[in-house]
Design a protein around this ligand. Sequence first.
Ligand SMILES: *[C@@H]1O[C@H](CO)[C@@H](O)[C@H](O)[C@H]1NC(C)=O
Ligand SMILES: *[C@@H]1O[C@H](CO)[C@@H](O)[C@H](O)[C@H]1NC(C)=O
Length: 268
Amino acid sequence: MQIPTIASILLCANLVAAAPGTAMRRQRAVERAAERASRASNTLQPVEGELGIASGNDTAHVDYSSNWAGAVLIGSGYKSVTGTIVVPTPKVPSGGSSSTSYSASAWVGIDGDTCQTAILQTGVDFTVKGSSVSYDAWYEWYPDYAYDFSGITIKAGDTITMTVTATSKSAGTAVIENVTTGKTVTHSFSAESDALCETNAEWIVEDFSSGGSLVSFANFGTVTFTGASVNSGTGVSGATIIDIQQSNKVLTSCSTSGSSSVTCSYTG
Ligand SMILES: *[C@@H]1O[C@H](CO)[C@@H](O)[C@H](O)[C@H]1NC(C)=O
Ligand SMILES: *[C@@H]1O[C@H](CO)[C@@H](O)[C@H](O)[C@H]1NC(C)=O
């Protein structure tokens, strides 16, 4: 009689345990986890040139960046930033392919513009591939990767409030609240080696990185941050508006309205 090897026993066990559909789902889950494991935001990467800040167009008050769209306040003593969004449904951009993943992220944060050493941030990624859409809520202390929150399931149309609070330049919290239920998920950071400056407060739609390069940018529709405030008081007045420009094309249109609202629309 042939003695089965451990490998063949494991193989059989796997075959018994997993129907082909399950195996495929499992494989996709593994691939997705690997992709998420290297998901990271970046500091603001300015685009200079004809359309950008080097043209000195002070009328428009718009700066261009390859990865950030939204509003940034530049000042000092920024210890807490908050904003509420309704989660959008991302779409494949026109001319896009149904076999490519497209993503965008909406988040609030401290630093990452004039302060490039660290970012304390939290937000939600939206991803679309063909007809399938997925969402991930995460927290990040840049330059470390982002980590997914567990215990919160995001879907289009959900209203969520995102808040980051720096308790010192190397510690703080990231909180996402389900506004409907009041339920929150929280992550506490402590003794981070990359220090905040507490000089930038921002509400951003980002083309983030996965595996070291920018993900294909999704048509995110419109994201509006309401209740945008800093240190529980100061609003967005005086913020610099940033739009994403890639390959000489402006892909977003952002603006502020009143003292506590920032809206970005995809225009690519
Ligand atoms: C500055 O930007 C505004 C708004 O986009 C535009 O109308 C204007 O022509 C620009 N001016 C220059 C000198 O580029
Ligand atoms: C918030 O709670 C509502 C009601 O239970 C639920 O439908 C929604 O999916 C939740 N959203 C998030 C982001 O937790």
